[in-house]
Design a protein. Structure first.
Lengths: 122, 416
């Protein structure tokens, strides 16, 4: 089964990325975690993301296009990155979620990946 | 009402009575879910009331009477079809047993919970629910499962026990050792989860229950050892858990940082618990039935000697591990053995043992990578050590251990 692990981080965690005293431990923990995912052979794909203030959000409502700086909506936690992993069960996916460095302050959501949608010839 | 020190006496009494009654009814009715349903309201009321108003003089009888009252009132209010089990409880009035006469079926209930017809992963959760009345949500958190999946697993397991007509009888003597070892494994599994991950202090859900998995495992372990005084492994398991538990106050320093065993302040170790552990180990030894829990307890007993002599007897520990690996091999035992061997002076031998482990078996197993980092570092293989340490770091779920490993990575030192 493929699951997406969606890592949410607090603003404080994003701030740590640029804090010279604590940034090495922050990046070190993520590097080790992603390395362990690869080492265990479960990693399918994934990316870390730039902080939420770099986001631009687009919506179209009643034929009117709205473009706004920053993410939508305002929440305490923001998407910091994601991976897709291939593991036998939800239990295994949760084990990996519990190891992600953000869970002590943010959260990690685990979602099963949809199987590919049937194509026109199917 | 709930303190981080664990359950108060009233809550403990309520759970004690609940477990006894669930076990008793489950065996009378051959239906665990039915027994739990019948008692659930009365039990929740007891959890709230007893800590406030005091524990009744005959707790079992009181809980049973309250369960009956609830059922009767509900039957009057709604003329729903009652299950045969509930009917039986209402008609059973003539034979309300006095508290002391209710036979203690909790051990047999644990044997049913660890039945080979059920998947192993449900053994411990089912025991915690049936014997201690913990709710599925709390159990799910401890075992890192989704709450809905855990609830479903528990329901399925109980249905299977009922439908497959799993015998609610006491197992025959010849199948008892195998069945007992499943019970002991489940208890130790629960204890290990409680110590490995930061699940202690779990805040429960709607029921407001609060529990420490390690304490509950210790309670079940003591119960089994008490009910089965002639089972050496039951006492061995109890000794093992007590030794580990005795050291937990020293495992993390005031700043919440992990402290490795050899560096722990032994004055923080719980002497009463250590003595109780030794007593259990002595009782086990007297029965002359060797087993892996007793060997593991003996290893922990050897570690505890540092509290009295000031040093760890590594050669003795390595010898005990060698016996463990020879008779009861497991990945965890092999890794412990490798480290003990290195500490006893044979670092290369320890590294060879680690090298012999199958790579797919250890890919996601954090203790292996910690041991590899430690032993290769002592062998002067700095790069290999750093790589293994990073792998261990990525496999760590406990923030306090993550910080410890980060300090090791930054300083190159394991103790300071």
């Amino acid at each position: 089964m493929q699951y997406m692990l969606i890592y949410r981080e607090t603003q404080q965690a994003f701030d740590v990325r640029n804090d010279p005293a604590n940034a090495p431990a922050y990046w070190g923990a993520w590097k080790a975690y992603i390395g362990a995912l690869s080492g265990a052979g479960v990693m399918v794909s994934g990316n870390g993301l730039q902080p939420p203030e770099t986001a631009t959000t687009v919506r179209v409502r009643q034929d009117k296009r709205e473009v706004q700086d920053g993410p939508f909506p305002d929440t305490r936690e923001h998407l910091g990155g994601y991976v897709v992993i291939e593991v036998p069960s939800l239990d295994d996916a949760l084990t990996w979620a519990a190891r992600s460095p953000n869970v002590t302050t943010g959260s990690t959501e685990v979602r099963p990946v949809l199987p590919p949608l049937p194509g026109p010839q199917d | 009402m709930h303190s981080p020190a664990g359950w108060d006496a009233a809550e403990r009494a309520a759970r004690e009575s609940y477990g006894r009654l669930v076990a008793w009814l489950a065996f009378r009715w051959r239906d665990l879910a039915g027994a739990e349903d019948a008692l659930s309201e009365a039990f929740l009321a007891a959890l709230t009331r007893w800590p406030r108003d005091g524990v009744p003089e005959v707790p079992d009888a009181r809980l049973l009477a309250a369960a009956r009252n609830n059922l009767r009132q509900r039957a009057r209010r709604v003329r729903v079809e009652q299950s045969p089990a509930v009917q039986a409880l209402l008609q059973d009035e003539a034979e309300v047993p006095a508290a002391a006469e209710i036979p203690d079926h909790r051990l047999n209930l644990m044997l049913v919970c660890a039945h080979s017809a059920l998947p192993q992963r449900v053994h411990a959760p089912l025991m915690l629910q049936a014997v201690l009345g913990l709710d599925a949500k709390d159990i799910a958190g401890a075992f890192l499962a989704s709450p809905s999946a855990m609830a479903q697993r528990l329901v399925r397991a109980k249905a299977k026990l009922r439908d497959a007509a799993v015998r609610y009888e006491v197992p025959e003597a010849r199948e008892r050792p195998a069945r007992m070892s499943a019970v002991l494994d489940a208890i130790y599994g629960a204890y290990g989860i409680g110590t490995n991950v930061a699940v202690n202090g779990l805040d429960g859900g709607a029921g407001g229950t609060w529990f420490e998995l390690t304490r509950e495992a210790l309670f079940l372990g003591a119960l089994v050892a008490h009910l089965l005084p002639d089972n050496a492994e039951a006492s061995g398991l109890l000794a093992l858990m007590r030794h580990c538990e005795a050291r937990r106050p020293a495992q993390f320093d005031a700043g919440g940082r992990f402290v490795p065993l050899v560096q722990q302040d032994t004055t923080l170790w719980d002497r009463a618990l250590m003595a109780a552990a030794e007593a259990a180990l002595l009782q086990a030894a007297g029965l002359r039935q060797p087993g892996h829990f007793q060997l593991e307890a003996a290893i922990q007993s050897a570690h505890s000697q540092r509290a009295f002599t000031g040093h760890t007897p590594w050669p003795a520990i390595a010898a005990l591990y060698a016996a463990l690996v020879e008779h009861f091999p497991s990945t965890g035992a092999l890794i412990g053995c490798a480290v003990a061997r290195a500490e006893a002076g044979d670092n290369a031998g320890g590294l060879r043992m680690l090298g012999a482990l199958a790579s797919d078996e250890v890919a996601g197993y954090q203790p292996y990578w910690i041991a590899l980092a430690y032993l290769s570092g002592r062998n002067g293989q700095g790069d290999a050590s750093r790589r293994a340490l990073e792998r261990a770091l990525g496999l760590t779920a406990d923030e306090r251990i993550r910080r410890y490993l980060q300090t090791v990575a930054a300083t190159g030192r394991w103790i300071w």
